[in-house]
Design a protein around this ligand. Sequence first.
Ligand SMILES: Nc1ncnc2c1ncn2[C@@H]1O[C@H](COP(=O)(O)OP(=O)(O)O)[C@@H](O)[C@H]1O
Ligand SMILES: [Mg+2]
Length: 331
Amino acid sequence: MAKIIQESAGEAAGIIRQLLQLSKPDTGLPRNFDLSALVEETLLMTKFQIRESRSELRLRLPTGGIFVLADPAKMKQVVINLILNALQAMEDAKEPVLTVTVSRGAAGAMMTISDNGTGISPEFLGRIFDPFFTTKGPDRGTGLGLSICYSVVRQFRGEITVESQLGAGATFTVSLPEAAKEEKPQAVSAPLPPVVVPIGRETRVLVVDDEDVVRLLLQEMLRSLFGCHVDLASNGAEALALIERHTYDMVVSDIRMPVMAGTELYLRLRDSHPELLQRFVFITGHPGSQTMQDEIAQWDVPVLAKPFTSRKLSQVCRPLLVRPDRGAVPA
Ligand SMILES: Nc1ncnc2c1ncn2[C@@H]1O[C@H](COP(=O)(O)OP(=O)(O)O)[C@@H](O)[C@H]1O
Ligand SMILES: [Mg+2]
Protein backbone atom coordinates (compact mmCIF):
# COMPACT_ATOMS: atom_id res chain seq x y z
CA MET A 1 0.00 0.00 0.00
CA ALA A 2 2.78 2.40 0.94
CA LYS A 3 4.47 1.72 -2.37
CA ILE A 4 1.26 2.46 -4.28
CA ILE A 5 0.79 5.69 -2.34
CA GLN A 6 4.35 6.72 -2.96
CA GLU A 7 4.04 5.95 -6.66
CA SER A 8 0.77 7.87 -6.93
CA ALA A 9 2.30 10.90 -5.25
CA GLY A 10 5.21 10.66 -7.65
CA GLU A 11 2.79 10.48 -10.57
CA ALA A 12 0.88 13.53 -9.39
CA ALA A 13 4.16 15.42 -9.22
CA GLY A 14 4.89 14.09 -12.69
CA ILE A 15 1.62 15.41 -14.07
CA ILE A 16 2.38 18.86 -12.71
CA ARG A 17 5.83 18.71 -14.27
CA GLN A 18 4.13 17.86 -17.56
CA LEU A 19 1.92 20.89 -17.45
CA LEU A 20 5.01 22.96 -16.86
CA GLN A 21 6.73 21.20 -19.69
CA LEU A 22 4.30 22.71 -22.19
CA SER A 23 5.69 26.13 -21.51
CA LYS A 24 9.21 25.05 -20.70
CA PRO A 25 10.17 21.58 -21.95
CA ASP A 26 12.51 19.80 -19.57
CA THR A 27 14.86 16.97 -20.21
CA GLY A 28 13.27 14.29 -18.04
CA LEU A 29 15.49 11.24 -17.80
CA PRO A 30 14.02 8.53 -20.00
CA ARG A 31 13.74 5.02 -18.62
CA ASN A 32 13.47 1.70 -20.31
CA PHE A 33 10.06 0.14 -19.69
CA ASP A 34 7.48 -2.18 -21.19
CA LEU A 35 4.86 -0.14 -23.05
CA SER A 36 2.19 -2.83 -22.84
CA ALA A 37 2.62 -3.18 -19.08
CA LEU A 38 2.30 0.59 -18.79
CA VAL A 39 -0.89 0.57 -20.88
CA GLU A 40 -2.36 -2.14 -18.67
CA GLU A 41 -1.52 -0.20 -15.52
CA THR A 42 -3.03 2.96 -16.94
CA LEU A 43 -6.23 1.12 -17.86
CA LEU A 44 -6.51 0.09 -14.22
CA MET A 45 -6.25 3.74 -13.25
CA THR A 46 -9.08 4.65 -15.62
CA LYS A 47 -11.18 1.56 -14.83
CA PHE A 48 -13.78 3.66 -13.07
CA GLN A 49 -14.30 6.09 -15.96
CA ILE A 50 -14.44 3.27 -18.48
CA ARG A 51 -17.09 1.45 -16.46
CA GLU A 52 -19.08 4.66 -15.96
CA SER A 53 -19.06 5.25 -19.71
CA ARG A 54 -20.61 1.78 -20.31
CA SER A 55 -17.96 1.24 -22.97
CA GLU A 56 -16.85 -2.15 -23.99
CA LEU A 57 -13.09 -2.39 -23.70
CA ARG A 58 -11.23 -4.35 -26.35
CA LEU A 59 -7.66 -4.77 -25.38
CA ARG A 60 -5.01 -6.30 -27.60
CA LEU A 61 -1.59 -6.64 -26.06
CA PRO A 62 1.36 -8.56 -27.46
CA THR A 63 2.71 -11.56 -25.66
CA GLY A 64 6.04 -10.53 -24.27
CA GLY A 65 6.84 -6.90 -23.70
CA ILE A 66 7.62 -4.08 -26.08
CA PHE A 67 10.24 -1.85 -24.58
CA VAL A 68 10.62 1.87 -25.13
CA LEU A 69 12.83 4.58 -23.76
CA ALA A 70 10.67 7.35 -22.28
CA ASP A 71 9.37 8.83 -19.08
CA PRO A 72 6.73 6.40 -17.81
CA ALA A 73 4.81 9.02 -15.82
CA LYS A 74 4.54 11.20 -18.90
CA MET A 75 3.56 8.27 -21.09
CA LYS A 76 0.83 7.32 -18.64
CA GLN A 77 -0.53 10.81 -18.95
CA VAL A 78 -0.57 10.43 -22.73
CA VAL A 79 -2.57 7.22 -22.45
CA ILE A 80 -4.96 8.77 -19.93
CA ASN A 81 -5.57 11.82 -22.12
CA LEU A 82 -6.30 9.69 -25.17
CA ILE A 83 -8.64 7.41 -23.24
CA LEU A 84 -10.56 10.28 -21.65
CA ASN A 85 -10.97 11.97 -25.02
CA ALA A 86 -12.26 8.71 -26.50
CA LEU A 87 -14.74 8.20 -23.67
CA GLN A 88 -15.98 11.78 -23.97
CA ALA A 89 -16.42 11.38 -27.72
CA MET A 90 -18.55 8.26 -27.15
CA GLU A 91 -20.92 9.75 -24.60
CA ASP A 92 -23.86 9.58 -26.99
CA ALA A 93 -22.81 6.40 -28.76
CA LYS A 94 -25.29 3.54 -28.62
CA GLU A 95 -22.71 0.83 -28.21
CA PRO A 96 -19.47 2.54 -27.23
CA VAL A 97 -16.38 0.46 -27.88
CA LEU A 98 -12.93 1.48 -26.76
CA THR A 99 -10.17 -0.40 -28.49
CA VAL A 100 -6.64 -0.27 -27.16
CA THR A 101 -3.81 -2.10 -28.84
CA VAL A 102 -0.09 -2.31 -28.39
CA SER A 103 1.94 -3.92 -31.12
CA ARG A 104 5.26 -3.95 -32.92
CA GLY A 105 5.06 -2.07 -36.20
CA ALA A 106 7.29 -0.66 -38.89
CA ALA A 107 7.80 2.49 -36.83
CA GLY A 108 8.71 0.61 -33.65
CA ALA A 109 6.46 0.24 -30.67
CA MET A 110 2.90 1.22 -31.58
CA MET A 111 -0.08 1.99 -29.46
CA THR A 112 -3.51 2.76 -30.84
CA ILE A 113 -6.55 4.03 -29.02
CA SER A 114 -9.77 3.94 -31.02
CA ASP A 115 -13.33 4.84 -30.31
CA ASN A 116 -16.59 4.76 -32.23
CA GLY A 117 -17.71 8.18 -31.05
CA THR A 118 -18.40 11.47 -32.79
CA GLY A 119 -15.27 11.56 -34.89
CA ILE A 120 -13.52 14.77 -35.88
CA SER A 121 -14.60 17.01 -38.71
CA PRO A 122 -11.97 17.64 -41.39
CA GLU A 123 -11.71 21.36 -40.61
CA PHE A 124 -10.60 20.56 -37.04
CA LEU A 125 -8.26 17.65 -37.81
CA GLY A 126 -5.32 19.97 -38.36
CA ARG A 127 -5.87 21.88 -35.15
CA ILE A 128 -6.61 19.35 -32.44
CA PHE A 129 -2.98 19.12 -31.31
CA ASP A 130 -2.78 22.88 -30.83
CA PRO A 131 -2.62 24.09 -27.24
CA PHE A 132 -5.99 25.34 -26.03
CA PHE A 133 -7.89 24.05 -29.05
CA THR A 134 -11.08 22.52 -27.76
CA THR A 135 -14.59 21.92 -29.05
CA LYS A 136 -15.82 21.26 -25.53
CA GLY A 137 -17.42 23.77 -23.22
CA PRO A 138 -15.14 25.71 -20.86
CA ASP A 139 -16.17 23.51 -17.92
CA ARG A 140 -15.22 20.33 -19.78
CA GLY A 141 -12.20 20.92 -21.94
CA THR A 142 -8.99 22.83 -21.53
CA GLY A 143 -7.69 21.94 -24.96
CA LEU A 144 -4.40 20.92 -23.34
CA GLY A 145 -4.74 17.13 -23.47
CA LEU A 146 -3.60 16.49 -27.02
CA SER A 147 -0.95 19.19 -27.02
CA ILE A 148 0.59 17.54 -23.96
CA CYS A 149 0.42 14.17 -25.74
CA TYR A 150 2.13 15.67 -28.77
CA SER A 151 4.88 17.34 -26.78
CA VAL A 152 5.61 14.22 -24.71
CA VAL A 153 5.66 11.85 -27.66
CA ARG A 154 7.91 14.17 -29.65
CA GLN A 155 10.23 14.53 -26.68
CA PHE A 156 10.92 10.81 -26.83
CA ARG A 157 11.40 10.84 -30.60
CA GLY A 158 8.00 9.39 -31.37
CA GLU A 159 5.01 10.30 -33.49
CA ILE A 160 1.36 10.77 -32.76
CA THR A 161 -1.18 10.71 -35.56
CA VAL A 162 -4.94 10.65 -35.89
CA GLU A 163 -7.35 9.12 -38.34
CA SER A 164 -10.95 10.10 -38.14
CA GLN A 165 -14.15 10.69 -40.00
CA LEU A 166 -17.05 12.65 -38.73
CA GLY A 167 -19.55 10.27 -37.18
CA ALA A 168 -17.23 7.29 -37.51
CA GLY A 169 -15.00 7.53 -34.45
CA ALA A 170 -11.32 8.31 -34.19
CA THR A 171 -8.09 6.37 -33.94
CA PHE A 172 -5.00 7.87 -32.36
CA THR A 173 -1.70 6.13 -33.02
CA VAL A 174 1.42 6.68 -30.98
CA SER A 175 4.69 5.20 -32.13
CA LEU A 176 7.96 5.22 -30.27
CA PRO A 177 11.34 3.78 -31.20
CA GLU A 178 11.61 0.32 -29.73
CA ALA A 179 14.37 -0.11 -27.20
CA ALA A 180 16.25 -3.28 -26.40
CA LYS A 181 14.87 -5.07 -23.40
CA GLU A 182 17.06 -4.03 -20.56
CA GLU A 183 18.00 -6.12 -17.59
CA LYS A 184 16.43 -4.59 -14.53
CA PRO A 185 19.04 -2.40 -12.87
CA GLN A 186 19.82 -3.40 -9.32
CA ALA A 187 17.16 -1.94 -7.08
CA VAL A 188 18.40 1.21 -5.45
CA SER A 189 19.07 0.18 -1.90
CA ALA A 190 15.94 0.84 0.12
CA PRO A 191 16.26 3.27 3.00
CA LEU A 192 17.00 1.45 6.21
CA PRO A 193 13.98 0.97 8.44
CA PRO A 194 14.07 3.08 11.58
CA VAL A 195 15.66 1.46 14.56
CA VAL A 196 12.92 0.07 16.73
CA VAL A 197 13.73 0.24 20.39
CA PRO A 198 10.75 -0.61 22.52
CA ILE A 199 10.35 2.08 25.08
CA GLY A 200 7.43 0.23 26.47
CA ARG A 201 3.77 0.21 27.17
CA GLU A 202 4.20 2.06 30.42
CA THR A 203 5.12 5.09 28.32
CA ARG A 204 2.08 7.21 27.48
CA VAL A 205 2.03 9.71 24.64
CA LEU A 206 -0.66 12.22 23.69
CA VAL A 207 -1.21 13.07 20.04
CA VAL A 208 -3.15 16.27 19.30
CA ASP A 209 -4.31 16.96 15.75
CA ASP A 210 -7.63 17.98 14.23
CA GLU A 211 -7.20 15.73 11.18
CA ASP A 212 -8.36 12.16 11.74
CA VAL A 213 -5.91 10.72 9.27
CA VAL A 214 -2.91 12.48 10.77
CA ARG A 215 -3.93 11.46 14.27
CA LEU A 216 -4.27 7.82 13.35
CA LEU A 217 -1.08 7.82 11.34
CA LEU A 218 0.86 9.34 14.24
CA GLN A 219 -0.64 6.85 16.65
CA GLU A 220 0.42 3.99 14.41
CA MET A 221 3.92 5.39 13.90
CA LEU A 222 4.53 6.06 17.58
CA ARG A 223 3.20 2.67 18.62
CA SER A 224 5.39 0.83 16.21
CA LEU A 225 8.45 2.99 16.96
CA PHE A 226 8.26 2.91 20.73
CA GLY A 227 5.64 0.33 21.66
CA CYS A 228 4.10 3.03 23.79
CA HIS A 229 0.52 3.76 24.67
CA VAL A 230 -0.93 6.56 22.51
CA ASP A 231 -3.97 8.69 23.37
CA LEU A 232 -5.63 11.01 20.88
CA ALA A 233 -7.13 14.48 21.14
CA SER A 234 -8.47 16.60 18.29
CA ASN A 235 -7.67 20.03 19.72
CA GLY A 236 -5.90 21.77 22.59
CA ALA A 237 -8.94 21.78 24.87
CA GLU A 238 -9.45 18.03 24.55
CA ALA A 239 -5.75 17.58 25.19
CA LEU A 240 -5.88 19.63 28.41
CA ALA A 241 -8.78 17.52 29.67
CA LEU A 242 -6.81 14.33 29.06
CA ILE A 243 -3.68 15.79 30.64
CA GLU A 244 -5.69 16.42 33.83
CA ARG A 245 -6.62 12.76 33.99
CA HIS A 246 -3.42 10.98 32.92
CA THR A 247 0.31 11.37 33.23
CA TYR A 248 1.96 11.77 29.84
CA ASP A 249 5.58 11.25 28.88
CA MET A 250 5.27 13.29 25.70
CA VAL A 251 2.82 15.50 23.82
CA VAL A 252 2.92 15.66 20.01
CA SER A 253 0.71 18.49 18.81
CA ASP A 254 -0.40 20.14 15.61
CA ILE A 255 -0.19 23.95 15.68
CA ARG A 256 -3.30 25.19 13.89
CA MET A 257 -6.45 23.58 15.24
CA PRO A 258 -10.00 24.73 15.91
CA VAL A 259 -11.18 25.43 19.49
CA MET A 260 -7.66 25.62 20.91
CA ALA A 261 -4.47 25.84 18.89
CA GLY A 262 -1.30 23.96 19.76
CA THR A 263 0.45 27.19 20.70
CA GLU A 264 -2.21 27.99 23.27
CA LEU A 265 -2.05 24.46 24.63
CA TYR A 266 1.68 24.92 25.10
CA LEU A 267 1.19 28.24 26.91
CA ARG A 268 -1.42 26.74 29.23
CA LEU A 269 0.90 23.88 30.11
CA ARG A 270 3.48 26.43 31.24
CA ASP A 271 1.33 27.11 34.25
CA SER A 272 -0.31 23.78 34.88
CA HIS A 273 2.26 21.17 33.78
CA PRO A 274 5.68 22.78 33.20
CA GLU A 275 7.33 19.34 33.30
CA LEU A 276 5.65 18.58 29.94
CA LEU A 277 7.26 21.53 28.14
CA GLN A 278 10.49 19.58 27.82
CA ARG A 279 8.55 16.73 26.24
CA PHE A 280 6.54 18.67 23.74
CA VAL A 281 6.78 18.39 19.94
CA PHE A 282 4.98 20.50 17.37
CA ILE A 283 4.01 19.09 14.02
CA THR A 284 2.77 21.34 11.28
CA GLY A 285 1.82 21.34 7.64
CA HIS A 286 1.94 25.09 7.45
CA PRO A 287 4.46 27.21 9.30
CA GLY A 288 1.86 29.92 9.99
CA SER A 289 2.61 33.61 10.28
CA GLN A 290 6.12 34.90 10.77
CA THR A 291 5.25 36.23 14.24
CA MET A 292 4.05 32.81 15.29
CA GLN A 293 7.16 31.18 13.87
CA ASP A 294 9.37 33.63 15.73
CA GLU A 295 7.53 33.00 18.95
CA ILE A 296 7.79 29.23 18.63
CA ALA A 297 11.47 29.54 17.83
CA GLN A 298 11.97 31.20 21.22
CA TRP A 299 10.31 28.34 23.06
CA ASP A 300 12.93 25.87 21.96
CA VAL A 301 10.38 23.20 21.05
CA PRO A 302 11.09 20.80 18.19
CA VAL A 303 8.91 21.54 15.16
CA LEU A 304 8.39 18.69 12.74
CA ALA A 305 7.16 19.70 9.27
CA LYS A 306 4.59 17.48 7.58
CA PRO A 307 5.04 15.25 5.69
CA PHE A 308 7.68 13.49 7.76
CA THR A 309 9.05 10.00 7.76
CA SER A 310 8.90 7.55 10.60
CA ARG A 311 12.67 7.87 10.91
CA LYS A 312 12.44 11.63 11.35
CA LEU A 313 9.70 11.27 13.94
CA SER A 314 11.87 8.81 15.80
CA GLN A 315 14.87 11.14 15.74
CA VAL A 316 12.86 13.97 17.24
CA CYS A 317 10.87 12.01 19.81
CA ARG A 318 13.32 9.44 21.09
CA PRO A 319 15.51 11.86 23.03
CA LEU A 320 12.44 13.25 24.77
CA LEU A 321 11.24 9.81 25.80
CA VAL A 322 14.53 8.62 27.17
CA ARG A 323 14.57 9.36 30.87
CA PRO A 324 17.41 8.90 33.31
CA ASP A 325 15.26 6.74 35.55
CA ARG A 326 14.71 4.30 32.69
CA GLY A 327 18.36 3.96 31.86
CA ALA A 328 19.94 4.75 28.54
CA VAL A 329 18.06 3.66 25.46
CA PRO A 330 20.29 3.00 22.48
CA ALA A 331 19.83 5.54 19.69
N1 LIG B 1 -11.34 10.70 -29.59
C1 LIG B 1 -11.80 11.86 -30.07
N2 LIG B 1 -12.94 11.91 -30.78
C2 LIG B 1 -13.40 13.09 -31.25
N3 LIG B 1 -12.81 14.26 -31.05
C3 LIG B 1 -11.67 14.29 -30.36
C4 LIG B 1 -11.10 13.10 -29.81
N4 LIG B 1 -9.97 13.44 -29.16
C5 LIG B 1 -9.84 14.76 -29.28
N5 LIG B 1 -10.85 15.29 -29.99
C6 LIG B 1 -11.02 16.70 -30.34
O1 LIG B 1 -9.81 17.37 -30.10
C7 LIG B 1 -10.04 18.48 -29.22
C8 LIG B 1 -8.80 18.72 -28.38
O2 LIG B 1 -8.58 17.64 -27.48
P1 LIG B 1 -7.75 17.88 -26.17
O3 LIG B 1 -6.48 18.54 -26.55
O4 LIG B 1 -7.67 16.60 -25.43
O5 LIG B 1 -8.58 18.95 -25.38
P2 LIG B 1 -9.97 18.81 -24.63
O6 LIG B 1 -10.26 17.35 -24.46
O7 LIG B 1 -9.77 19.51 -23.34
O8 LIG B 1 -10.97 19.50 -25.51
C9 LIG B 1 -11.28 18.10 -28.46
O9 LIG B 1 -11.95 19.23 -27.97
C10 LIG B 1 -12.08 17.36 -29.52
O10 LIG B 1 -12.74 18.27 -30.35
MG1 LIG C 1 -8.87 15.97 -23.69
